[in-house]
Write a protein that binds this ligand. Structure first.
Ligand code: M6R
Length: 600
């Protein structure tokens, strides 16, 4: 994981690098560092914690004397969080930063006696190894090539060598992009950030070694030309506006981004769906793959495809899929879901199924991501940049994509009638207005429920059918931003074990839409109340039977099957947000997490 940046020639390179690192904090914020290139020396500054600490430490350096800079924000994998393990690793001739993991670092460490044995960090081992190679080979290019041949893993490196005043970029697996204008160069592990600087961009490919020297740029791994593509400037997503946190801003943005998404799908994207996708969906099996919140979107998609199509559909956790044997006898279509398009587990699962020649779709919010480059077809989510670590608007846009996709497939395969198709599309078109009112009306209720949750030690979420993944997502949201112990269960499973957890210090949130399972789920809540557990019942049903310690919550808007996940997930996002706010946690950057998990 981690975020990396590099700049050559700019009037304000230190401030710009710090600014970019702040935007990269979503990739980890355990420690940070920069190396500044002076005429005759490399100056390195490191700090523990967020970029604001590094900013304070680097205040005394003006930009004047420097020709270049590299920087890093770390999410610790190998080696504890301390100043020494922070990147960049540097000496008088070499400085480097890395995003990723060097899997054979122990082998390298044991083989070369010049590498101290106490080192814990795979990148520090790589630093010593490259330093050794630079002493061995007169030509730094040869040292770099040997370095790349020896190291194994998924990584992106930015390296500066003083001896030949050259900047090297290396990539395998982890993303890194380069933009430039005249002699000024910017490098970053998130290409969307580069659009603020230059609008011509090159995404490095696996195996690339790009060398920049005195304004000239060339590839060392082959003679292919570096062709820069357009990367036009987007709006500033880092402005919180009137909101205290990105998460709250992004919760409130949902009606708008869902409207944009639905408009685009209706007007251009799904027109001629048959011509575009018929072949792709002519399969024996459909598998939806993702991690965390994206996996919950997959589970919701599974219910949609199960209802609207006749495809054999299942969901898989990306981190597990690649260790399973998969058959290449049957025709399977894999749909990957990822906000960032960079989650390493999902990327690896995508590469894994490609080996078996299965077709793939990526549903993502990041059109320039690694997964887009790997998948056969990309379906964008149009949620716009999501900055808060807890996924909210990207999640609901993923669900909207899956809802539309399943309806289109159902219509194409004649499983649903044209009338049913139209009816469901109409529900999706009306969703933004419904959700806008819901956010407004539910906010005071969420604040009230958040206070009630603070009276218990654990919080459980239960639901049946499509409400089951909604319950899982509600639980994930609460635990990741508030650190409250929380679990999600299928309502019917409580009596098979989890009900043993229930006592007066627990709260159970029952996701109970007014459908054919309403009575059954209500019974599950009553079984919990009967054991002194506190309950909150979220429902649109007009009259709920009073169940022991049940909390009275005003009715949610009337739902249909297809809009249930939206109508019930947004209240859960709000409850988690206001609970975490009361707890005083770091809502946008909760402890131990990162926005984009680019390690396995
Ligand atoms: O970028 P991705 O959608 O692939 O990320 C997957 C998960 O890491 C992500 O959803 C994570 O669970 C979030 N913190 C949830 O809020």
């Amino acid at each position: 994981m981690c975020g990396i940046v590099g700049i050559l020639k700019s009037n304000s390179l230190k401030n710009e690098a710090i600014d970019i690192l702040k935007k990269l904090e979503y990739r980890g914020y355990d420690s940070a560092g920069i190396s500044l290139f002076e005429k005759n020396r490399i100056r390195t500054i490191k700090s523990i914690g967020k970029i604001s600490e590094l900013e304070k430490k680097s205040k005394k350096f003006s930009d004047k004397n420097f020709t270049g800079i590299i920087g890093h924000t770390r999410w610790a994998t190998h080696g504890i969080v301390n100043r020494n393990n922070a990147h960049p690793f540097s000496d008088e001739n070499l400085t480097l930063v890395c995003n990723g993991i060097i899997e054979n670092y122990l082998k390298i460490q044991n083989r070369y006696i010049d590498i101290p044995s106490h080192i814990q960090s795979d990148t520090e081992v790589s630093f010593y190894f490259l330093s050794y190679l630079l002493n061995k080979y007169k030509n730094p290019d040869e040292a770099i090539k040997t370095f790349l041949k020896t190291i194994k893993g998924n990584y992106a490196f930015v390296i500066f060598i003083k001896k030949n005043n050259s900047f090297y970029l290396l990539k395998n697996g982890s993303p890194i992009s380069l933009s430039h204008k005249n002699k000024s160069f910017y490098v970053c592990s998130d290409s969307s950030i580069l659009s603020n600087y230059h609008n011509k961009i090159y995404h490095l490919k696996d195996g690339d070694i790009v060398k920049i020297n005195n304004g000239n740029i060339k590839k060392l791994n082959n003679n292919s030309k570096i062709s820069f593509e357009d990367n036009s400037v987007s709006q500033n997503p880092y402005d919180k506006g009137k909101f205290q946190h990105y998460m709250l801003k992004e919760i409130h943005e949902q009606p708008k981004v869902l409207k944009d998404t639905q408009l685009i799908y209706g007007s251009e994207f799904f027109i001629d769906f048959k011509a575009k996708f018929e072949n792709l969906f002519n399969v024996d099996k459909l598998v939806l793959v993702g991690c965390g919140t994206a996996y919950h979107a997959c589970m919701i998609g599974e219910y949609y495809f199960n209802k609207f199509t006749n495809l054999d559909v299942s969901s898989e956790l990306a981190s597990e899929l690649r260790y399973k044997n998969i058959s290449n006898n049957n025709k399977t279509l894999y749909i990957f879901i990822s906000q960032s398009g960079e989650t390493m587990d999902t990327l690896m699962a995508l590469k894994y199924i490609k080996k078996y020649k299965h077709r793939s779709i990526i549903i993502t919010n990041s059109l320039q991501s690694s997964m887009v480059r790997e998948a056969d077809v990309t379906i964008p989510t149009y949620a716009q940049k999501e900055v808060g670590v807890a996924s909210t608007k990207a999640f609901t846009c993923q669900i909207l994509s899956l809802a539309n996709l399943s309806l289109e497939v159902g219509k194409m395969n004649k499983v649903i009638s044209h009338i049913d198709y139209k009816k469901n599309i109409k529900i999706l078109n009306l969703l933004p207005v419904k959700l806008k009112n819901l956010i407004k009306d539910f906010t005071p209720i969420a604040k009230y429920l958040a206070k009630k949750i603070s009276l218990v030690n654990s919080c459980y979420f239960i639901g049946r059918n499509i409400s089951y993944p909604i319950a899982l997502e509600g639980s994930l949201k609460l635990k990741e931003i508030s650190y409250m112990h929380s679990e999600g269960f299928p309502g019917g499973e409580m009596k098979h074990g989890p009900i043993a957890l229930i006592d007066k210090d627990t709260m159970t949130v029952c996701i109970n839409p007014n459908n054919e399972l309403y009575e059954k789920s209500l019974s599950n809540a009553q079984e919990i109340s009967a054991r002194n557990g506190k309950t909150i019942i979220l429902t649109s049903a007009k009259r709920t039977k009073k169940a022991g310690t049940e909390m009275k919550v005003p009715n949610l808007p009337k739902e249909n099957f297809i809009d249930t996940p939206f109508i019930y997930s947004i209240p859960l996002q709000l409850i988690s947000y206001y609970f975490a706010l009361n707890e005083g946690t770091d809502i946008d950057q909760p402890r131990n997490l990162a926005k984009s998990v680019t390690v396995e």
